[in-house]
Design a protein around this ligand. Structure first.
Ligand SMILES: [Cu+2]
Length: 124
């Protein structure tokens, strides 16, 4: 192996290794997003009781019903929603949640009353 080839290999190795370090370094420092799966159907939200830690939460909401359903999160200083969407589809909602107790429900008129509601507990 020539000297110049050795240098090239050495430089490549440094690039690859530092790249790996950078990649590994992102997990401990970046805020982890908690992912929560939610199912909507007539006439419930599953699970009806959710517990997460404060911080970024991504709700992955699937409509397993037969009609349009939506998903609304309401609590201390926060009201966010996924507009009603068709059966068989999935939508996501990413929120930065402070500790507290929140209500979740389907905002299609009448659906909450029929049982499409739940509780979200955000722990410190
Ligand atoms: Cu609904």
């Amino acid at each position: 192996m020539s000297k110049s080839l050795v240098s090239v290999v050495a430089v490549l190795a440094v690039i690859v290794l530092s790249g790996c370090d950078l990649f590994k370094g992102q997990q401990p420092y970046g805020p982890a997003v908690q992912e929560v799966s939610v199912v909507l159907k007539e006439w419930q939200i599953i699970p009806a009781r959710l517990t997460v830690k404060a911080g970024k939460v991504r709700f992955v909401v699937k409509n397993e019903g037969t009609v349009d359903h939506g998903f609304e999160v309401e609590g201390p200083g926060l009201e966010e929603e996924i507009d009603p969407f068709p059966a068989g589809r999935t939508r996501t909602l990413e929120l930065d949640l402070a500790p507290g107790t929140y209500e979740v429900y389907c905002q299609v008129p009448g659906h909450e009353e029929l049982g499409m509601k739940g509780e979200l507990i955000v722990k410190p």
